[in-house]
Design a protein around this ligand. Structure first.
Ligand code: SAM
Ligand code: SF4
Length: 329
């Protein structure tokens, strides 16, 4: 699949649920209304759609959400997708808040998952509870170490938040080095109403990077995932450090991905509203693989050149009304 700007689409991110057991302040409002279960694609439908994407050239698949591990029966999807590894699919992976990893890490590894991303914004239990509104840090830490014990490589995702964890990023970097984890820092993106002030949260990573450089040697690396992160290697720990800077750096030129929601909407860009309704095609009487492939191909031709995130400063409104938990970040 090649889009109109010559980018090969080889990476599909699948949000398997919009639900979550946490309510991170930058991601969700406290009183979220979630989709009725009837709106969701079944796990079989998700598997079938993923199969079509793989036949069309997708090599890497990431399950995300919401919190993917809260979707009931998810392991059956993980197993059926895992069986596609080496049959067109090169990598199956997952982004999780870690709360259920202690329960599932071994099964994930057994299904063929080798690397996962775990979101962790702080090592302080009190701050963790504040950021997630009610989360318990022990659950996430237990999950992270269970995943490590199961042999999974771990990248920690940390959203840089002004006045919240900015004084801790140095400690987090050291902690990741000690435990053998990569770290990826993310700037907050203006997605969805969150009942807080977005501008108050925003911390430019250019500033964070300058601060980290006073203590760590950040060596340039040509490591690239085709994604938005720009990486360096931390000489003192030997681990990678990534920066995702949607607000200060445009990462669209190398974009290789599209996003499927749990209701079967295909978003060609995280930062734009255009979508294709694959559920309708999937459920149309008599529709088969060819119709799905056509619908996907037609959507890829609409992939825009790039996003244009802006915060509506006057009214403090997000650039897009949908939450990150819909498209999975
Ligand atoms: N629940 C899982 C988790 O937290 O890892 C997967 C879904 S979550 C939406 C995926 C990633 O998006 C997380 O690393 C989270 O920190 C990040 N995220 C959520 N809302 C964001 C926002 N408004 N700006 C930047 N990153 C955000
Ligand atoms: Fe849930 Fe992940 Fe959003 Fe936090 S960032 S509320 S864990 S979906």
């Amino acid at each position: 699949m090649i889009d109109p700007f010559g980018r090969a689409i080889t990476y599909l991110r699948v949000s398997v649920t919009d639900r979550c057991d946490l309510r991170c302040v930058y991601c969700m409002a406290e009183d979220m209304s979630f989709l009725p279960k009837a709106e969701l694609l079944t796990l079989e439908e998700l598997d079938r759609l993923c199969g079509v994407f793989i036949r069309l050239g997708v090599r890497k698949l990431r399950l995300t959400g919401g919190e993917p591990l809260v979707r009931r029966g998810l392991m059956t999807l993980v197993q059926s997708l895992g069986a596609r590894l080496g049959q067109g699919l090169d990598e199956l992976t997952l982004t999780t808040n870690g709360t259920l990893l202690a329960k599932y890490a071994t099964e994930l590894a057994a299904a063929g998952i080798r690397r996962i991303n775990v979101s962790l914004d702080t090592l302080d239990a009190g701050k963790f509870a504040e950021i997630t509104r009610w989360g318990k840090i022990e659950k996430t830490l237990d999950g992270i170490f269970a995943a490590k014990a199961a042999g999974l490589a771990i990248k920690i995702n940390t959203v840089a938040l002004k006045g919240v964890n900015e004084d801790e990023l140095d400690t987090l970097l050291a902690w990741c080095g000690t435990h053998g984890f990569d770290l990826c820092l993310i700037e907050t993106m203006p997605l969805g109403e969150i009942s807080g002030d977005r501008l108050e949260q925003y911390l430019p990573l250019s500033l964070v990077r300058a601060r980290l450089k006073t203590r760590w040697t950040l060596d340039p690396t040509d490591y690239q995932t085709g994604g938005p992160a720009r990486y360096v290697t931390v000489r003192e720990t030997g681990r990678r450090l990534g920066f995702i800077t949607p607000m200060t750096h445009n990462f669209c030129e190398s974009c290789n991905r599209v996003r499927l929601t749990c209701t079967g909407m295909l978003y060609m860009c995280l930062g734009q509203d255009d979508q294709a309704d694959l559920r309708r095609t999937l459920r149309a009487p008599g529709a088969g693989e060819a119709e799905l492939a056509d619908a996907i191909g037609e959507a890829i031709l609409r992939k825009p050149r790039g996003h244009d995130f802006v915060i509506d400063r006057r009214r403090n409104r997000p650039a897009l009304a949908r939450h990150m938990s819909v498209t999975g970040g």
